[in-house]
Design a protein around this ligand. Structure first.
Ligand code: C5P
Length: 201
């Protein structure tokens, strides 16, 4: 039986952590859809035309190293404005969502465009400062050389591009449950997400 959980929200709001924990809790498969756009963005940085890169994307492209860097994140948000790129990635995401055994997909437009029929929809957010602080600490831990102001400016730039694009902008579905993680620790955020899903099943 298929059961789809859609988890959307801006960068570094905690979607990834929550999605993995929710998928583990229910025994569902998990797809981080940002990786699709990151893989296309990465290919664009290597000189491949982004629409072609999206049309030719293979599952193994999602496993390559270096997709989590800030530069690839910015490239991902630039290719993500192209309707042809988004269209090329649609079928893969929809097929994943309807697989037997249940699926959690996290991204920006899962509850609004990819899976408007999802059984449960969450929108995970946090203030730009809190999200930039988390991303900054992750980047430092990964050995990157950067400063907080740069990460905050990049976070705002990416939010703006994601929220104002014409095709599938970042916004909560009308029936999404909002979880603001600015003041929540990981356990509390995960517990809120699990009880929201249980309330829909
Ligand atoms: O979530 P992550 O930071 O990996 O996403 C990278 C970029 O990919 C986002 O800034 C956004 O522009 C794009 N994206 C998207 N739709 C999704 C997932 C990611 O447009 N479902």
């Amino acid at each position: 039986m298929a059961f789809t959980i859609a988890i959307d929200g801006p960068a570094a709001a905690g979607k990834g952590t929550i999605s993995r924990a929710v998928a583990a809790h229910f025994g569902f498969a998990h797809l981080d859809t940002g990786l699709l756009y990151r893989a296309v963005g990465r290919k664009m940085l290597d000189g491949v035309e982004p629409i072609l890169a999206a049309q030719q994307l293979r599952p193994e492209d999602l496993g390559v190293d270096g997709l989590r860097t800030a530069a690839v994140g910015q490239a991902a948000s630039r290719v993500a404005v192209l309707p042809e790129v988004r269209a090329a990635l649609l079928d893969f995401q929809r097929a994943f969502a309807r697989r037997d055994g249940g699926a959690v997909l996290d991204g920006r437009d899962i509850g609004t465009v990819i899976c408007p029929e999802a059984e449960a929809k969450l929108f995970v957010t946090a203030s730009a400062e809190v999200r930039a602080r988390r991303r900054y600490e992750e980047l430092l831990a990964g050995g990157a050389v950067t400063d907080f102001e740069t990460v905050l400016a990049e976070t705002r730039e990416r939010d703006h591009r994601d929220a104002t694009r014409a095709d599938a902008p970042l916004k909560p579905a009308a029936d999404a449950l909002m979880i603001d993680t600015s003041e929540l620790d990981v356990e509390a955020a995960v517990a809120a997400a699990i009880s929201a899903v249980e309330a829909r099943s």
